[in-house]
Design a protein around this ligand. Structure first.
Ligand code: NAD
Ligand code: UFG
Length: 362
């Protein structure tokens, strides 16, 4: 089966390309590389030993999208392409609404025209708003506090309405919780540009000495240790969730939480990272970050029941794999610049002891 993966050069998309190819699907990627590099697809190829067909296009561009649909006999679309930084969406609402909603409309229009009936959409736990965790798919969605979250809720509604009038369509809305980690080869992972907003990439930057210390946003939440609770899920498990969806499609609209059903606090994640990798992560407690929820975690039992999917990897795996990827990137940068290690980096040498690196010389 041929699957069009929009945003396939990105963090979750690239891991999903690997999972799809390993499961026997053929992958066609459409990505404008606004937050990724084409090189990532070379790494995907290196992992799976299979070709990825790549189109560098913007999926809001109707003509470019139709070119792909007319050239390939597509069996389904997984739509990852989108802008995803919550705080940036507050500053640039139009860019977010345009990119994230128009892309969904352009792709579903092409699906209608070319008779492609399977559509999987990357939504987010953020659509639950201030519901009380654990979040269940049947909950009424509450307003989110930012344009990014609204683009997800609106795209969900658009796709639901389209499915209603198109018999035989299968639309799957996947609500992701907090993806972290990387492929165990260390070849693909998360590469945020600039200073990261999210916790795990921030931790790895502190671990490698690029940033001084982590700021923990609030320790006065009504949680186990006062810090925020999230449902961290290994990106490989998340990717495999997409394969489970394609393997178990039913007509109509289906919604699934992809999470572990386990809430982890910020301090628990820091400690696990330190223990798993033998590295200190200095931190300080600062004020709460505006818009943050105290608790956000899934009830992921529906995906288990209906798709036979559950997350298999644990928090230690997530921490190890995230650090292995970051370490490999650091070695690669050093090799490229042929420079000495920076003075500030006094932490254990990467790739030693508990951090075996794969033989992945380019
Ligand atoms: P990412 O930024 O790594 O990947 C998104 C990819 O889409 C990038 O490669 C980018 O270049 C591409 N892209 C963006 N706009 C495009 C456009 N108009 N045309 C073509 N390509 C475009 O992000 P990710 O973490 O892999 O997230 C994938 C999807 O999952 C996004 O829709 C995101 O909103 C959603 N999601 C992510 C998280 C998370 O924490 N990472 C959580 C919930 C939902
Ligand atoms: N945190 C810190 N310090 C940091 C970064 C984060 O203490 O430097 C804390 C946050 O306060 C929160 C937890 O770590 O308690 C997780 O924060 P992230 O920014 O990593 O993730 P969020 O849960 O805020 O948001 C993420 C994505 C959203 C997505 C949501 C879905 O960024 O796009 O998960 O659950 F919608």
């Amino acid at each position: 089966m041929n699957i069009l993966v929009t945003g396939g050069a990105g963090y979750i998309g690239s891991h999903t390309c690997v999972a799809l190819q390993e499961a026997g699907y053929s992958v066609i990627v459409a990505d404008n590389l606004c937050n990724s590099k084409a090189e990532t697809l070379e790494q995907v190829k290196q992992i799976t030993n299979k070709e990825v067909t790549f189109y560098q296009i913007d999926v809001t561009d109707e003509v470019a999208v139709e070119t792909i649909f007319s050239k390939h006999q597509l069996d389904g679309v997984i739509h990852f392409a989108g802008l995803k930084a919550v705080s940036e969406s507050v500053e640039k609402p139009l860019a977010y609404y345009y990119n994230n909603i128009v892309s969904t409309m352009v792709l579903s229009k092409a699906c209608q025209k070319y008779g492609v009936k399977r559509f999987v959409f990357s939504s987010s736990a953020t659509v639950y708003g201030e519901n009380k965790a654990p979040f269940v798919e049947t909950m009424t969605l509450l307003p989110t506090t930012n344009p990014y979250g609204e683009t997800k809720a609106i795209s969900e509604r658009i796709l639901t309405d389209i499915a209603k009038v198109n018999p035989g369509w299968s639309v799957t809305l996947l609500r992701y919780f907090n993806p972290v980690g990387a492929h165990e080869s260390g070849l693909i992972g998360e590469t945020p540009s600039g200073i990261p907003n999210n916790l795990m990439p921030y931790i790895t930057q502190v671990a490698k000495g690029k940033l001084d210390k982590l700021r923990v946003f609030g320790n006065d939440y009504p949680t186990v240790d006062g810090t925020g609770i999230r449902d961290y899920i290994h990106v490989r498990d998340l990717a495999e969730g997409h394969v489970a969806v394609l393997d178990n499609l039913t007509d109509g609209v289906n919604i699934y939480n992809l999470g572990t059903s386990q809430g982890i606090s910020v301090l628990q994640l820091i400690r696990t990272f330190e223990e798993a990798n033998g590295i200190d992560v200095p931190y300080e407690i600062v004020a709460r970050r505006p818009g943050d929820l105290a608790e956000c975690y899934a009830d992921a039992s529906k995906a288990e029941r209906e798709l036979g999917w559950t997350a298999k990897r644990n928090l230690v795996d997530m921490c190890r794999d995230a650090w292995r990827f970051e370490s490999r990137m650091m070695l690669k940068r050093r090799k490229n610049s042929d420079s000495k290690p920076s003075k500030s980096n006094t932490r254990p040498e990467i790739g030693k002891e508990n951090m075996p690196l794969y033989d992945c010389e380019e």
